[in-house]
Design a protein around this ligand. Structure first.
Ligand code: FES
Ligand code: FES
Length: 168
């Protein structure tokens, strides 16, 4: 079995690995690195449960080979909280009941994070459009959209707090 050496930055850590050229990024994250918060919900690239950020952009990790992540920065759900503190979007999903079984949640959160970094205060329509590639079998989406709207507000507040601390 031939392998290829790749160097990637995963959740802020530089990693060097030998991977089979045909291995998908989602399998590399889950099986080789144990980052099982990235889920596999289909084999048709439709569900979005496997979404991660690659160089800041939301990508379905079942549509990319691990070797294509060489030289790139990958963020999975495990990489967005700081120390023991949940990311504002994670808090928002928890508080607004944006999940039931939670299978789709990491993908929903990472897709939403990509949106909120580009657009701090999106409309409901913009959130729904952005999440159109992420499927949820449980919630009916309304609570997910409410969670993203609340998460946007929490992210703005957190940014203001951090700015104030720097200015002190
Ligand atoms: S597992 Fe990647 S889109 Fe469904
Ligand atoms: S919360 Fe169950 S699939 Fe979305």
């Amino acid at each position: 079995m031939s392998t290829t050496k790749i160097k990637t930055r995963i959740n802020g850590k530089q990693i060097e690995s030998e991977v089979e050229p045909r291995k998908l990024l989602v399998h590399f994250l889950r099986e080789d690195l144990g980052l099982t918060g990235t889920h596999i919900g289909c084999d048709t690239s439709n569900c979005g449960a496997c979404t991660v950020l690659v160089d800041g952009k939301a990508i379905k990790s079942c549509t990319m080979l691990a070797v294509q992540a060489d030289g790139k920065e990958v963020t999975s759900i495990e990489g967005i909280s700081k120390d023991d503190e949940l990311h504002p979007l994670q808090k928002a999903f928890l508080e607004k009941h944006g999940l039931q079984c939670g299978y789709c949640t990491s993908g929903m959160i990472l897709t939403s994070l990509w949106l909120l970094r580009k657009n701090k205060n999106p409309t409901e329509e913009e959130i729904r459009k952005s999440l159109s590639g992420n499927l949820c079998r449980c919630t009916g989406y309304q609570r997910i959209v409410e969670s993203v709207m609340y998460g946007a507000q929490l992210m703005i507040e957190k940014e203001a707090e951090e700015h104030e601390m720097v200015m002190r």
